[in-house]
Design a protein around this ligand. Structure first.
Ligand code: F6P
Length: 467
C-alpha cells in the first residue's frame, strides 16, 4: 500500500496553488453568485445529509482533493480496512470494526458473541442497574449511545471512567448489590483506573460482575463470572459495536442495539460504494484536510443540536485526536504538515450563550459541524441561523466595528432523520470513516496510540515509589 508522503503527490502541489486563489474568497459571494450551490454542495448517505455549501471551497477544490485520494492509493487502503487486512502496521493489526456490524455476513465469532450478549441480557430479570467500568474507548462510545437513546431504555445504566471514588459513589447512589450488575470493560485488562474501580466495586459488595476483554485469563483471575470476548482486531475507540457496548446493549435491548448496528452497516455500504464527491464521510474528510492543511485552521468544533447528543463531542475527540493526533508517518519520518485539529464542542444552543462569541468574532477561524437531528423547531432554527451568521456575517457599514460580524467562517450542517438508533449508528460510522480517510491522506497510522503510554508508565512508577 502507498506510504509515500502526500506532499510528494502532484495533487498536493496543485491544491496548494489553488488555495492561493481562494485566499480572498467569500462564502456570501459564493452563495450569491451560484444559487445552485445550496443543492449542489450537499451529499446524502445512509439517511444523513451533509450540507457543505457554507464551506470556503469550490468544485475544483473537491476535484483536486479527490485526485489526492487517488494518488494516495485510497482504494487499496479502503479495501484493506473493509476486508480486515492490516491497516495498523505499528501493532500489525487490522482495524476491522466494520465486521462487527456486518449482519448476516459477519464472522462467526461476531455472531456468537452477539448471541451470547442477547442470552445474558435475557437472563437479567433481577438487574435494575448496570454499572459500566471502563475508560477511553471502553467508556465513551457506549456511554454516548446509552445517553443518546436513554429515553428508550429498559433498565438504567451508569458509566464510570474516573478513578476518583466520587465517580463510582455517584453511580451507585440508590443501588443495591443484589440488583446491580458491574460490567468491567477493558480490552487489555491492565488499565489501572478500570481495575481500581473494579476493586472498589467488589469492596462495595458487588456480587454480580462480568467482564469484556481480549485478556480473558486476567479477567477470569480477577473473578469475573463471565468474560465476553473482545477481538484483538478491534481498537478501543472503534469498539462500541462489539461486546464493549454490552452495557448499552443490555440497557437499551437487543433490538435497539441491532438498529444501531444496521445504521452503521448502511453507512459502511455507502462509504464502500459512493464515488468520492458524493461520499459523505469522504467529503467530511476532504473538507477537513482543506481547512487544516490549506486554510490553516487548527481546531474544529462539533455542535450537536440535541441534548441527548451532548456527549458526542467527547467521543469524537477521542476518535479523531487519538486516531490522527500523530507526528510521524508510516515510514517513521517527521511530518512537514499538520494532522488532526483540536476537536472540541458542546451541545448547541446552550453553547450559543457561551463560546460562540469567539466563533463569530474571535481572531481564530474555527470550522464548525452543526449536527441537527431536527428534534424541535427552535433547535433547528438555531443551528441554521448560527451557520448563516458564521458564514455570511453582516456587512452593514453603519454598525460600529464591535458589532460587525465578519462572516466567512466555514461550517457544515449534518442533518439526521431524528434521533433513532439507526441514524445514530450511521452518524458514528460516518465519523469513523472520515477519520480513516484523513489518516490515509496524511499517511499516518490511525489505529495506534503510542502517545498515551509514557504518561501511564510514569504514573505507575510514581505509584510504586509511594507504596
Ligand atoms: O490509554 C488509551 C487507551 O489505550 C485507549 O485507546 C483505550 O480505549 C483505553 O485506553 C482503555 O483501554 P482498555 O480497554 O485496555 O482498558
Amino acid at each position: 500500500m502507498n506510504t509515500t508522503p502526500p506532499t510528494d503527490c502532484r495533487a498536493w502541489t496543485r491544491i496548494a496553488a489553488h488555495a492561493e486563489t481562494w485566499k480572498h474568497a467569500r462564502i456570501d459571494e459564493l452563495l450569491q453568485n451560484d444559487p445552485a450551490r445550496t443543492t449542489a454542495f450537499v451529499a446524502e448517505g445512509a439517511g444523513l445529509k451533509l450540507d457543505y455549501s457554507r464551506q470556503r471551497l469550490g468544485g475544483l477544490t473537491l476535484g483536486l482533493l479527490a485526485q489526492l485520494l487517488q494518488e494516495r492509493g485510497f482504494e487499496d487502503w479502503c479495501g484493506a480496512l473493509l476486508e480486515g487486512r492490516v491497516v495498523n502496521p505499528t501493532e500489525n493489526r487490522p482495524a476491522w470494526h466494520t465486521a462487527l456490524r456486518a449482519g448476516e455476513t459477519a464472522p462467526e465469532e461476531v455472531k456468537a458473541t452477539l448471541a451470547r450478549m442477547a442470552q445474558l441480557a435475557d437472563g437479567m430479570a433481577g438487574i435494575r442497574r448496570i454499572v459500566n467500568l471502563g475508560i477511553g474507548g471502553s467508556d465513551l462510545g457506549p456511554r454516548l449511545v446509552y445517553g443518546a437513546l436513554r429515553a428508550q431504555r429498559i433498565r438504567e445504566a451508569r458509566f464510570v471512567a474516573s478513578p476518583d471514588p466520587a465517580a463510582l459513589a455517584g453511580a451507585l447512589e440508590g443501588a443495591e448489590p443484589d440488583s446491580t450488575l458491574f460490567v468491567v470493560v477493558s480490552k487489555t485488562f491492565t488499565s489501572a483506573e478500570t481495575l481500581a474501580n473494579a476493586e472498589a466495586a467488589k469492596r462495595w459488595g458487588g456480587k454480580r460482575l462480568i467482564a469484556v476483554s481480549n485478556n480473558v485469563e486476567a479477567a477470569r483471575r480477577f473473578g469475573a463470572a463471565e468474560v465476553l470476548p473482545l477481538p484483538e482486531w478491534v481498537g478501543g475507540r472503534y469498539s462500541l459495536w462489539s461486546a464493549a457496548g454490552f452495557s448499552a446493549f443490555a440497557a437499551l435491548g437487543a433490538e435497539r442495539f441491532g438498529e444501531l448496528l444496521a445504521g452503521a452497516r448502511d453507512m459502511d455500504q455507502h462509504f464502500a460504494s459512493a464515488p468520492p464527491q458524493r461520499n459523505l464521510p469522504v467529503l467530511m474528510a476532504l473538507i477537513g484536510i482543506w481547512n487544516v492543511n490549506f486554510l490553516g485552521c487548527g481546531t474544529h468544533a462539533v455542535l450537536p443540536y440535541a441534548h441527548a447528543l451532548r456527549l458526542l463531542p467527547a467521543h469524537l475527540q477521542q476518535l479523531e485526536m487519538e486516531s490522527n493526533g500523530k507526528r510521524v508517518d508510516h515510514r517513521g519520518s517527521e511530518l512537514a504538515y499538520a494532522t488532526a485539529p483540536v476537536v472540541w464542542g458542546a451541545e448547541g444552543t446552550p453553547s450559543q450563550h457561551s463560546f460562540h462569541q469567539l466563533l463569530h468574532q474571535g481572531t481564530q477561524v474555527v470550522p464548525v459541524d452543526f449536527i441537527d437531528p431536527g428534534l424541535e423547531a427552535l433547535l433547528s432554527a438555531n443551528a441554521r441561523a448560527q451557520a448563516d451568521a458564521l458564514a455570511l456575517g453582516t456587512q452593514d457599514p453603519s454598525l460600529p466595528p464591535q458589532r460587525r460580524h465578519p462572516g466567512n467562517r466555514p461550517c457544515s450542517i449534518l442533518s439526521m432523520p431524528g434521533l433513532g438508533a439507526r441514524a445514530l449508528g450511521a452518524l458514528l460510522a460516518a465519523w469513523e470513516h472520515k477519520v480513516f480517510t484523513q489518516g490515509v491522506l496524511w499517511n499516518i497510522d490511525s489505529f495506534d496510540q503510542w502517545g498515551v503510554e509514557l504518561g501511564k508508565q510514569m504514573a505507575n512508577e510514581r505509584l510504586k515509589e509511594n507504596r
